[in-house]
Design a protein around this ligand. Sequence first.
Ligand code: ATP
Ligand code: MG
Length: 467
Amino acid sequence: MLNKLALKIGLLFFVFIVSIELFLFSTLYFTFVNERVDEVMSNLLARGNTHSEVLEDSFNDTTLSHVAMMESSSDFIVIITDEAGKELTHSDQIELEMREVLGHTDIKEVPEQGEILEDNWQDERFIATDSPITIGGEHQGHVLMFAETSQIKEMVERMRNQFILGGLISIVLTVITIFLLSRLITLPLIRIKKATEQLGKGQGGVALDIERNDELGELANAITRLSTDLDRLKQERNDFLASISHELRTPLTYMKGYADIASRPGLSEQERQEYLAIIREETGHLTVLIKQLFELAQLDHNQFSIQRELVPIDALCHTVASLVRPAFDEKNISLTVECEPDLTAWIDPARFQQVLLNILDNARKHSEPNTSVTLKGSQDEKSIFISVTDQGEGIPEKDVPFVFDRLYRVDKSRSRMSGGSGLGLAIAKELVESHGGRISIDSERDAGTTVTIQLERGENDAENPIG
Ligand SMILES: Nc1ncnc2c1ncn2[C@@H]1O[C@H](COP(=O)(O)OP(=O)(O)OP(=O)(O)O)[C@@H](O)[C@H]1O
Ligand SMILES: [Mg+2]
């Protein structure tokens, strides 16, 4: 397919350039030939005029023979006639074709400055001019000059050969140039095509080292980047699947184990109830996990409908706080809401409640009793900020960049006991970003953590609601 492209480009260029060359060469050729022929003609006429001028000065036998003698040693032939066209003298033998010219000439009509009698150099043997000898206003005779056309023909032929040679050379050069040019364009294209085929087959690791600063180089770079991205996505997907299967297998193993124990004979009713409670709890965790995974899948496919409305942030924060307060009280953690009044945002309240519940749940899980958690709402000219600050254990620096990743937990075993699956922040991030906002986390080990949601005011303002 791409070889066809090279052929197409090549042919197109070839036809185009060769047409231009043909046009230029033929114009040049015809102009040259015409100019040369004109030059020969006017030279012949000028020569005849010179003779006639000499004869006008002294029209006698001596001068006549002088002129004839002069031309007998040249390439030209002169015939001098009297006023009626009767031949007085001539330099060379008079050929039949010359007589024809003489016979067809209306000798009286010839102007004083002479005229060309025959200029058909292509078909005739001679070209001819007539220069009248005018003495006292009367034609006393005629100087007829002849030149063989074979000389002109030779000259034209030489010129034509040169032009043909030049044309051939330029065509060969054109072909070579076009070939190189089309290779220059199509070779990288062929490599790019192979690379995309490789990508299409799912083989990664495509690296196109096309060092060019033009569009083709950019395309190659884009494809290399695409390949790297694909590799990364594939790796992420594999990791994710591995994590999910691990997440699902662990509770299932517990459940099977406890079910086995619970079905053993000779167990007290109390023991059996304990094991069944564990199984129920694990089932609950699994249900939550699967629900969260489903939500994420929907978010990935943009199937998550977001119903925005003008939401007073202060009220939202208080609602969320009242929902989680019992759990905070139970752990003896104080929960404060500090929110600027009149702060509103154009958001989906249910989704934002879900986000805040997630973040507050994290703050509670990772805080010790007798600490405090603050839910804060504020704004500046550009943005609205909603943040949750705790005084809990914090996150190790090396883990901070990954806490928004799916299924990422800092302390796998401990979180497992507290029921976390590592999806809460991933979902929160997707939801905030689908509102056009950003979420970030700031944490210091043993000092506390702050999660901040930032919403651009332009997009979330009451005055300028979009979406
Ligand atoms: N406020 C916090 N203080 C300390 N660590 C935190 C805090 N918030 C999150 N983390 C860490 O980040 C990890 C990811 O949080 P995320 O909410 O995504 O998952 P989870 O809470 O473990 O599970 P889920 O929210 O799905 O029930 C947590 O496991 C925890 O290690
Ligand atoms: Mg969480």
